[in-house]
Design a binder for this molecule. Structure first.
Ligand SMILES: *[C@@H]1O[C@H](CO)[C@@H](O)[C@H](O)[C@H]1NC(C)=O
Ligand SMILES: *[C@@H]1O[C@H](CO)[C@@H](O)[C@H](O)[C@H]1NC(C)=O
Ligand SMILES: *[C@@H]1O[C@H](CO)[C@@H](O)[C@H](O)[C@H]1NC(C)=O
Length: 582
């Protein structure tokens, strides 16, 4: 029972490498009288049972962490790993053996075996049951020089957590796959530099969900239409940040605000699922991204000489908010009024900034085979599109925001000019928003390459909006603004059918359902051996692609959208594919 845990008995374990014996130090902890002043805090789980708060000492290069456990049973696990995996994770564990409680710095290996660390870098400061919850305070240096420990760096940290419902005779008995675990993305180290100051005449506008009830299903994209004040003159958005309903931090996965097409004079009111068939058609014309936020991201500041236009003639009065709720525990009845707070100024800056979407079109046509350690998907913004859509003087890219779902491991956008890879526009192996500068000219090619790992999946992962589907997106922030809204690709669907035919025949599967069912089903029915994976990879790298070079009005730039080809020479596989069909 929870109350059996006597906190004076919490024991710190040290592992002495030589003797392979544990020296147990029993320490008693004095409780300070006041709640600890921690500047940063984030709920870890959707049920609000576990909260992490922390402060940072840059002078001592260490971080104090406080865990608040609403109801402690037999212990908690907190950890950090590259992508939120349970393997190769740096762990701190509080557990009890039924009679005694222990605290220790531990790690899990590539197979998920948990061991105590030979060097204990988490220092326990306090463990205390208070009237409202159980509190655990400890600290750790950013860098421990221990290969088993995670190096806390700037950017997103994947924090894993878990609850122990059973006593553990020893830590080695802990199997993370068998306890209730979860992941939360946290920006642990906040830069010590002060935020840029906002102009004195700055005003705010909250674009937030109207206190909706989050549906009790895993994935919901909630759409809400918000009207701007009538005759709002042109302003510049100079900063935006998320406003998350307290307690829903672990459910609100990402948020976007779109401006509707100025051609739509009346966009009907709407608050409901974005996938609802009854959703007004006009919502499809609200695609111009104004602001995008994903879990873990901080406030977004525009450079001093640019701002994102809002209001004024030739702009729409209608904004569409889209909130992605990720509710894996199917919690019902939870209310939410999360969204984005726009900070804007009427004192216009020199440049209008713009945002464009690079990467892959959200479509099941692109897929990642199961059991892949590393699989790449690339989206192209081709020269055909940039030639027509970018101004002669080029654009200046000042920031970009990367996004994938759970199988994503990294995103990288590179700029290719006249066949030469010029620069990496952005790269992140942990995902976060970074400022990065670069110029892009008309005629350039921007390639956004995403890396995925599906070792834990037995079915192929297709592109799409669901959390178990995948995305490969980079929102590029730049100025001066152009009409280019989206520059993305997917493989030509006709060539994909040839691929299915070929692989099915190769496997002697004559009852090919090719073409009669959707591509998701065709991917799912495929026999995924190394050959099928290899041919798919080369299909994606060499087959013609379908280009989406879209304007903010959801109109296309006059670029032929079909059958752009890669400039690659690896056409062999496809030709083989075609031949074998004859
Ligand atoms: C962080 O919190 C600890 C515990 O309350 C406190 O002793 C320490 O001074 C704080 N450090 C900073 C940098 O705020
Ligand atoms: C942990 O449990 C999982 C699932 O029950 C099992 O497949 C795995 O082998 C176990 N790992 C260890 C290290 O015992
Ligand atoms: C681009 O615009 C076309 C025409 O409106 C539309 O069918 C297509 O879905 C758009 N592409 C994307 C990726 O939104």
């Amino acid at each position: 029972a929870p109350q059996n845990l006597r906190l004076q008995d919490v024991t710190i374990m040290y592992f002495t490498a030589l003797a392979a014996l544990m020296v147990i130090l029993v320490a008693s902890y004095q409780a300070p009288n006041l709640p600890l002043p921690m500047p940063f805090r984030v709920p870890l789980d959707p049920r609000k049972e576990l909260q992490l708060a922390w402060n940072i000492s840059y002078d001592n290069q260490e971080i104090y962490m406080q865990l608040r456990v609403a109801e402690l049973r037999h212990g908690v696990v907190l950890g950090m790993s590259d992508r939120g995996e349970l393997t190769n994770a740096d762990l701190v564990v509080l557990w009890d053996s039924g009679t005694k409680s222990y605290f220790g710095d531990a790690w899990s290996d590539s197979k998920g075996h948990v061991s105590l660390d030979s060097k204990q870098d988490y220092e326990l400061i306090e463990a205390k049951q208070k009237p409202d919850a159980f509190y655990l305070l400890f600290k750790r240096p950013f860098s421990t020089c221990d290969p088993e420990d995670y190096l806390i760096e700037e950017g997103t940290v994947h924090v894993i957590y878990g609850f122990l419902d059973q006593p553990l005779a020893s830590l080695e008995q802990l199997n993370l796959s068998q306890i209730h675990m979860g992941v939360q993305r946290v920006l642990m180290l906040r830069p010590n530099t002060p935020s840029p100051t906002l102009p004195p005449d700055v005003q705010t506008l909250d674009v937030v969900a109207p206190n909706v009830i989050i549906p009790n299903q895993e994935t919901t994209y909630w759409c809400f239409i918000q009207k701007l004040p009538e005759n709002m003159p042109k302003n510049h958005i100079v900063m935006y940040e998320s406003v998350i309903t307290p307690g829903n931090e672990a459910i609100v996965h990402h948020i976007e605000v779109f401006e509707c097409s100025p051609d739509m004079h009346d966009v009907p009111e709407y608050s409901g699922s974005c996938d609802d068939n009854m959703k007004p058609r006009k919502l499809d014309f609200c695609r111009h991204v104004l602001a995008a936020w994903a879990m873990g991201a901080e406030a977004f500041y525009y450079p001093a000489d640019a701002g994102l236009p809002m209001g004024g003639p030739r702009s729409s009065r209608y904004l569409r908010l889209e909130v992605h709720y990720h509710n894996p525990l199917l919690i019902s009845g939870r209310r939410d009024a999360s969204g984005i707070r726009l900070h804007y100024t009427p004192s216009l800056r020199r440049y209008d900034a713009g945002i464009m979407e690079l990467g892959l079109v959200y479509t099941p046509v692109m897929a990642i085979p199961p059991k892949q350690h590393t699989f790449y998907l690339s989206g192209y913004c081709t020269s055909k599109c940039t030639e027509i859509a970018l101004p002669a003087g080029g654009i200046y890219i000042f920031a970009s925001q990367l996004h994938t779902h759970l199988a994503g491991r990294g995103v990288r956008t590179v700029l290719v000019r006249q066949g030469k890879e010029l620069e990496v526009v952005q790269e992140d192996q942990h995902f976060s928003t970074h400022y990065q500068v670069g110029n892009s000219m008309c005629g350039d090619v921007l390639i956004t390459k995403c890396t995925y790992n599906t070792e834990d999946r037995s079915k192929p992962t297709v592109g799409g909006f669901g959390i178990m589907e995948e995305m490969c997106v980079n929102y590029v922030h730049y100025y001066p603004r152009t009409q280019l809204e989206l520059c993305k690709t997917h493989v030509d669907p006709g060539y994909l059918q040839k691929y299915f035919n070929f692989i099915n025949r190769f496997h002697g599967n004559d009852q090919c359902v090719c073409g009669e069912v959707g591509v998701t089903e065709q991917y799912a029915q495929l026999e995924w051996d190394a050959f099928a994976v290899e041919v798919l990879d080369s299909l994606y790298n060499t087959a013609p692609i379908s280009m989406h070079c879209n304007q903010s009005t959801a109109r296309l730039f006059p670029v032929s959208s079909q059958s752009l080809t890669h400039s690659s020479s690896m056409k062999d596989t496809i030709q083989k594919t075609e031949k074998s069909n004859i």
